[in-house]
Design a protein around this ligand. Structure first.
Ligand code: RET
Length: 235
């Protein structure tokens, strides 16, 4: 029988393995550290653990798909993103509402921007060929819209008088992740499909991006939640 195990020389496969382990460890960490947080910060840490926990399950399976077929686990990648990106938008909104008066409609607009980004990206990756560029451009528009909202639009109007130091720090750090950290994904798409069209590069860059954007995202929240000024007032 032709059984296939993860080949230790397959560095992309090994990156799937490492990230699976990191996601599990991060989930456990955020879960346990929740005890040290107060008030609303507990919910923020729960959401951080949900994000890495959902990703861990997908990484176990994606690693198998990669090891057995050598193909990109596109469907599971996007199912994971479709679950975890909205959770991160919720997380962002939770922190934002602690420091500014924001309408619920802002949440729906951020969610809509992320759905446009993900659906376009999925269609581009599945159809490929002549779909690659148009879907990339639509996906970029969704992401740039989110950036616009958080730097120029309603989400940027943080009141100086409301919120704690910790929540403001967390908001600024998350904003940086959505801008700089998230830029690794479109870079992966470009490197993976345009030009060289290499599934190795695509998966390696996406794996790195998930490591940064799911784990560092949680760590930022954890740092704010457990800092000494997190419970100055309503966090
Ligand atoms: C945990 C998973 C996260 C934070 C996934 C984020 C995904 C993106 C920011 C994807 C962005 C893309 C574009 C901006 C253009 C089109 C291609 C995508 C979907 C890779």
């Amino acid at each position: 029988m032709d059984t296939k195990m993860l080949n230790p020389a397959d560095y992309v496969g090994v990156s799937f393995w490492i990230i699976s382990a990191a996601m599990v460890a991060a989930t456990f960490f955020f879960w346990v550290e929740r005890d040290r947080a107060h008030g609303k910060w507990k919910t923020s840490l729960t959401v951080a653990a949900m994000v890495t926990g959902i990703a861990a399950i997908h990484y176990f399976y994606m690693r198998e798909v990669w090891a057995m077929t050598g193909e990109s686990p596109t469907v599971f990648r996007y199912v994971d993103w479709l679950l975890t990106v909205p959770l991160q938008i919720i997380e962002f909104f939770l922190i934002l509402s602690a420091i500014a008066v924001v309408k619920a409609s802002l949440f729906w607009r951020l969610l809509a921007g992320s759905l446009v980004m993900l659906i376009a990206g999925y269609l581009g990756e599945v159809e490929q060929g002549s779909w690659l560029w148009p879907m990339f451009i639509i996906g970029m528009a969704g992401w740039l819209y989110i950036i616009y909202e958080i730097f120029v639009g309603e989400a940027s109007k943080i009141s100086a008088n409301s919120g704690t130091v910790a929540s403001k720090k967390a908001f600024n750090a998350l904003r940086l992740i959505v801008t700089v950290g998230w830029s690794i994904y479109p870079l992966g798409y470009l490197l993976g499909y345009i030009g060289a069209a290499s599934p190795d590069t695509l998966n390696l860059v996406y794996n790195l991006a998930d490591f940064v954007n799911k784990i560092a995202f949680g760590v930022v929240i954890w740092a704010a939640a457990t800092s000494s000024d997190a419970n100055e007032s309503v966090a």
